[in-house]
Design a protein around this ligand. Structure first.
Ligand code: MBD
Ligand code: FE
Length: 281
């Protein structure tokens, strides 16, 4: 990774806190009975860990200092999405028959430019990376085409940075909402994303190095697919032969979500198809 990565990565974690406040922190109420039950279980899991592992005061204070730093660095969204969201997603999508979902992660922004298929995602002049043509069809579980389905896509640039979370990138760079045609078919021109390292210079990075873990996610496209009368699915697609498919730090890879692009028929980069199947609402 370039020097730029180290210089700016922490702000990507912190910016996710601001975006979360702006877009997601809703006033949803949870009953006191449910709060009591869940908080008691979560606290018990920690208490049991302390008792069973004979946690010392030094270790307790190290935990306290680290938790304080997670907040100071604005990395709660990053921490939760990397280490916990995968379990929430499994629960949320357990009953679906259509395409597999996976985690959203901290870098989604609603309201990306709406582009009619065939579309090219917004990008800078000379944007680095191998061209990738991503196409496919959106249908219902019964096989019917979903005309005008929305395929919303966002991904990191070749250096591993997401627009709106790292400085100096145009607002909607590599983000777009592509509208499928009457047959549910979409075509999206973008660039092959690179393997991605979560920010290493904040509290999450401190945990990773203290534990001797690595910070990598396999290269991925983030996607939300929706169609009239159907449930939106949030997912990611990965690429075959990526060395981090089997040890994603965010535990968000599923075998159904791995693409195997081929050389593009026009000789320019690579192309791949993937069909999405949505469950009725
Ligand atoms: C990402 O790009 C990502 O997808 C996840 C899940 C966590 C951190 C950065
Ligand atoms: Fe990501």
């Amino acid at each position: 990774m370039s020097v730029k990565t180290t210089a700016t990565a922490a702000s990507s974690g912190a910016n996710a806190t601001e975006k979360f406040r702006a877009n997601k922190a809703s006033g949803v109420q949870t009953s006191s009975q449910r709060v009591n039950h869940l908080a008691s279980r979560a606290i018990k899991a920690l208490v049991d860990t302390v008792a069973e592992e004979k946690v010392t005061y030094d270790e307790y204070n190290a935990l306290k200092a680290w938790l304080i730093r997670v907040g100071e660095d604005g990395e709660w969204p990053l921490f939760l999405d990397v280490w916990l969201e995968h379990a929430v997603e499994e629960v949320a999508n357990a009953d679906r028959d259509g395409s597999k979902g996976t985690i959203e992660g901290p870098y989604y922004v609603p309201g990306s430019p709406v582009l009619q298929s065939p579309a090219t995602l917004p990008q800078r002049d000379g944007e680095a990376g191998t061209p990738l043509l991503f196409r496919g069809r959106v249908t219902s579980v019964n096989g019917n085409a979903l005309a005008g389905a929305h395929v919303e896509i966002w991904h990191a640039d070749d250096a591993g940075f997401y627009s709106q979370f790292a400085p100096g990138i145009p607002e909607w760079n590599l983000r777009g909402t592509v509208v499928a045609d009457e047959e549910g078919i979409f075509q999206i021109n973008t660039l092959q994303p690179a393997p991605y390292q979560i920010p290493t210079d904040g509290a999450c990075g401190q945990l990773i190095s203290a534990a001797g873990w690595h910070a990598w996610r396999p290269a991925h496209l983030h996607i939300k697919v929706s169609g009239p009368g159907h449930q939106l699915i949030t997912t990611q697609l990965y690429f075959t032969a990526d060395e981090h498919l089997s040890d994603d730090i965010a535990s968000a890879v599923k075998p159904e979500l791995i693409l195997d692009p081929e050389p593009a028929t026009d000789g320019n980069g690579r192309e791949v198809s993937y069909n999405f199947v949505l469950d009725p609402a």
